[in-house]
Design a protein around this ligand. Structure first.
Ligand code: DC
Length: 198
């Protein structure tokens, strides 16, 4: 079974996806980490039309909570605001998306998964048994990410307006607004939804 968890930055996707996966005994897939790895290689200010990263040649692995890029532990390096902006830029490149989507589809082909991203329910796994669109008020999202709200909205805008696989809810996604909710409340809501479709 696959639970697709999509939504904008700061909605609580990573925390919630991890907790839902733990609660259900599913495996967690952080697709944003894969775009961040490509962003890290492309460098700050990367021009999506002109970066020199050959995604097919990158070795991206997950080892528990750690992210390994060409055998180097980049778990912390990919979490900087610069890496996030670079990820958002390279994520507009169709060649990057095609390569990463293929890897993600191969990963989730067997077993039970909670996959988190922007396009899981629309592109990676349109047949997912359950699709959640996780969102929250932008001011709260910016506070959670410790970012100026303008920077968060700039990234939302880029993610939502790109030509390829723009960030948007799947038609059959269930929207969960996490504004003012605790993690436990959100997790309970989603595990309840999983129970209803299983
Ligand atoms: O979820 P995140 O903040 O780690 O994602 C980093 C960037 O990667 C985000 O700005 C958009 C992009 N991304 C994407 O385009 N598609 C995904 N499935 C996951 C992330």
């Amino acid at each position: 079974m696959l639970v697709a968890l999509d939504g904008p930055a700061g909605a609580g996707k990573s925390t919630v996806a991890r907790a839902v996966a733990d609660a259900l005994g599913f495996t967690y897939l952080d697709t944003g980490a894969m775009y961040r790895c490509v962003g890290l290689r492309a460098g700050a200010g990367s021009d999506p039309a002109n970066h020199a990263v050959d995604v097919a040649a990158l070795d991206i692995r997950f080892d528990g909570d750690r992210v390994l890029l060409d055998a180097e532990d980049v778990t912390d390096a990919i979490r900087t605001p610069e890496a996030a902006q670079a990820a958002s830029r390279v994520a507009t490149d169709p060649a990057v998306r095609t390569a990463l989507v293929a890897r993600q589809q191969a990963l989730v082909a067997t077993g039970d998964w909670v996959a988190e991203g922007r396009d899981i329910g629309t592109v990676v796994a349109p047949d997912a048994e359950l699709k959640i669109w996780l969102t929250a008020d932008p001011v709260e999202r910016a506070r959670r990410r410790e970012l100026p709200v303008e920077e968060l909205l700039e990234r939302d805008e880029r993610d939502a307006s790109r030509d390829v696989a723009p960030m948007q809810p799947a038609d059959d996604a269930v929207t969960v607004d996490t504004t003012g909710l605790s993690i436990d409340e959100v997790v309970a809501r989603i595990t309840g939804l999983v129970g209803a479709v299983r």
